[in-house]
Design a protein around this ligand. Sequence first.
Ligand code: GAR
Length: 198
Amino acid sequence: MRKARLAVLGSGSGSNFQSILDAIDRGELHAEVAAVFSDVPGARILQRASLHGIPARMLDCAGFRNKFPEEAQRKLAEELKVLGVDLVCLAGFMRLVKKPLLDAFPRRILNIHPSLLPRFPGVEAWKQALDAGAAESGCTVHFVDAGMDTGAVIRQARVPVCPGDTPEKLHARIQEQEHLLYPAAIREVLRNAALGND
Ligand code: GAR
């Protein structure tokens, strides 16, 4: 069977992207990363891509603070089709994906979020959990729909909130689980997806 082709979108350090690459290297994911895209100039995820010889480029979001303009999404969707991408993985990507991409990749766009959704959608979910006095938190991989962190859940992992936790400590504990959860969820989706074997 041919390898599934993934595209990864990220705005930050790219540790989840790295966990996907590591799972591929260990033979746990029958996949390859075709390309990486970022909306943040100089983001570490871009450096990680170039270290691994994976094509990477900036998205056309310059001048749009939190938005991912429709035209840029349309252009990206076309590019992903040309690249033969099967699955789009949002890995710390901080803009909302809308119609042009969703229509081009129905149930083929995944996101990882640092909370037990539906609790604490949005930014800095680990801080939200601390502020709310939650006894536990965790992470979720879900299909992306037009809402913010609202799509169908694929897998979740739980972590305790410990006495004396700072936002950084809690986020680090959640990220340890993210790095296991994302490759496992991708494997599950690929197993259930009918990918062409061309
Ligand atoms: C991760 O914790 C991810 O869950 C979160 O951003 C971090 C990115 O880390 N994503 C969101 O908050 C999306 N709503 P990384 O760049 O090291 O993978």
